[in-house]
Ligand binder design. Structure first.
Ligand SMILES: Nc1nc2c(ncn2[C@@H]2O[C@H](COP(=O)(O)OP(=O)(O)O)[C@@H](O)[C@H]2O)c(=O)[nH]1
Ligand SMILES: [Mg+2]
Length: 439
């Protein structure tokens, strides 16, 4: 049967064999397929399964960098995490770093397999870190290594043929803090500050079996205060909207343990009650690695492998590398021409359209105002003109009338003068000789 066929028949067949496998448990939850309405079935519910098949075929890669002073149990912890001897024992390694007081960068590869799932593990160690008389610059080769891996990726990504881009970027950075019970030392702080924006920083308290429970609680608090005070960012998984209560609680429980107080041991020892466990034996009893009551090893493994390996990689790629890349390219004078992309930004587009619309409205309003004012002033002028007209006509009439009055008054005065003179017989009215047509 192929995996492309109807999923409800094959769901148990492929995932069933992973029951006991911690790495696969999270996949299993994802592949749950709801059996409903077969006639409406399109097929995209099968996508997680396709992804699953492809991932299993391709395998997984994880690049972990481990830093901290020598002898803090880094190699032991890596071997404990993956339950194999990935890093060689202390003695063999010492030959390599002894004599040289410089920090070296060492890469160890191992492909491990669990229930048919392949994991290509690259562990990058830093022998010599913190061992010089003056460690002021100890962090430099480590930061350079992280940068150089980003550069390599950037270069590969910019090639014309990108089919073989290999991801050597550091996905997780385990930093081992010496179990002093005091607080972080100057080198711890410097390294973390130099690297925290380039890697997923996961601080751990080394060899926590050398501290009492109370000491661990206090030490953790002091470390957290230092980290907060120094503005150092540590890895923090995102909460997703579709995460259920259980997942959210699980994430919270993991993150509550930061910085993880770990104990490493690949050796099996016998407990007082006769169980055989991975742990460290003391006269007063056994410290068990895989016991959450004893240390945070399980929580650290959940973070690194079981729950958040993909998120560590995604965050490296989408946030940390992206930031590095942007800074690198703008440092080279390459700038993004934002105008090219504005078309595709719906929000910017909307804003732009709104501004255009508003400008148009304002223009129309201004035009209307001018027209209106023009009309008003025309009317006013007309009114003024007719007023002047009226006024002048009024004046004209008044003048005419006063002239008439004057004329009449003159006549009146004349008549009165004549009246006051001695009466003379009125002059005979000259007889008109009518020669005319009335006869
Ligand atoms: N008490 C204790 N000792 C440990 C622990 N992990 C490792 N060791 C011991 O510390 C020594 C150095 O360990 P190693 O892993 O080589 O340290 P590295 O130099 O940091 O890689 C070895 O003797 C280990 O057995 C631990 O969690 N607790
Ligand atoms: Mg080592």
């Amino acid at each position: 049967m192929t995996s492309d066929s109807i999923p409800e028949q094959q769901a148990p067949a492929t995932s069933g064999s992973y029951d006991s496998n911690p790495v696969k448990e999270s996949f299993q939850q994802d592949i749950k397929i709801i059996k409903r309405k077969l006639n409406g079935y399109v097929g995209f519910a099968n996508l997680p399964k396709q992804w699953h098949r492809k991932s299993v075929r391709r395998g997984f890669t994880l690049n972990i960098m481990v830093a901290g002073e020598s002898g803090l149990g880094k190699s032991t912890l890596i071997n404990t995490l993956f339950n194999r001897e990935i890093l060689k024992s202390e003695l063999e390694e010492e030959d390599l770093s002894s004599g040289s007081k410089f920090v070296q960068i060492k890469n160890t590869n191992a492909t491990i397999e669990e229930d048919g799932v392949k994991l290509k593990l690259n562990v990058i160690t830093t022998p010599g870190f913190g061992e010089a008389v003056n460690n002021t610059d100890s962090w430099k080769p480590i930061v350079e290594e992280v940068n150089q891996r980003f550069d390599q990726y950037l270069e590969a990504e910019s090639r014309i043929n990108r089919s073989t881009v290999e991801d050597n970027r550091i996905h997780a950075f385990l930093y081992f803090i010496e179990p002093t019970g005091h607080s972080l030392n100057a080198l711890d702080i410097t390294l973390m500050k130099q690297i925290h924006e380039k890697v997923n920083l996961i601080p751990v308290i080394a060899k926590s079996d050398t501290l009492t429970d109370e000491e661990i609680v206090e030490f953790k608090q002091r470390i957290l205060n230092d980290i907060k005070y120094q503005n150092i960012k540590t890895f923090k998984p995102l909460d997703y909207d579709n995460d259920d209560e259980e997942t959210l609680l699980n994430t919270r429980q993991i993150m509550d343990k930061l910085p993880f107080a770990v104990v490493g041991s690949t050796k099996e020892v016998k407990t007082l009650d006769g169980r055989v466990v991975r742990g460290r034996s003391y006269p007063w009893g056994v410290i068990e690695v895989d016991n959450e009551e004893h240390c945070d090893f399980i929580k650290l493994r959940q973070l690194l492998v079981r729950n958040f390996m993909e998120e560590l990689k995604e965050h490296t790629s989408n946030v940390l590398y992206e930031k590095y890349r942007t800074e690198k390219l703008s440092g080279m004078g390459i700038e993004q021409d934002q105008s090219v992309f504005r078309e595709f930004d719906p929000l910017a587009r909307q804003e732009e359209e709104k501004a255009l619309h508003e400008a148009k409205l304002a223009k129309m309003e201004a035009e209307m105002k001018t027209v209106f004012q023009q009309k008003v002033s025309e009317k006013e002028k007309k009114l003024q003109r007719s007023e002047a007209d009226l006024f002048s006509r009024h004046k004209e009439m008044k003048d005419k009338l006063s002239k008439q009055i004057k004329l009449l008054e003159d006549k009146k005065a004349q008549l009165e003068k004549q009246k006051s003179l001695p009466q003379e017989p009125p002059a005979p009215i000259p007889q008109k000789t009518r020669k005319g047509f009335l006869r």
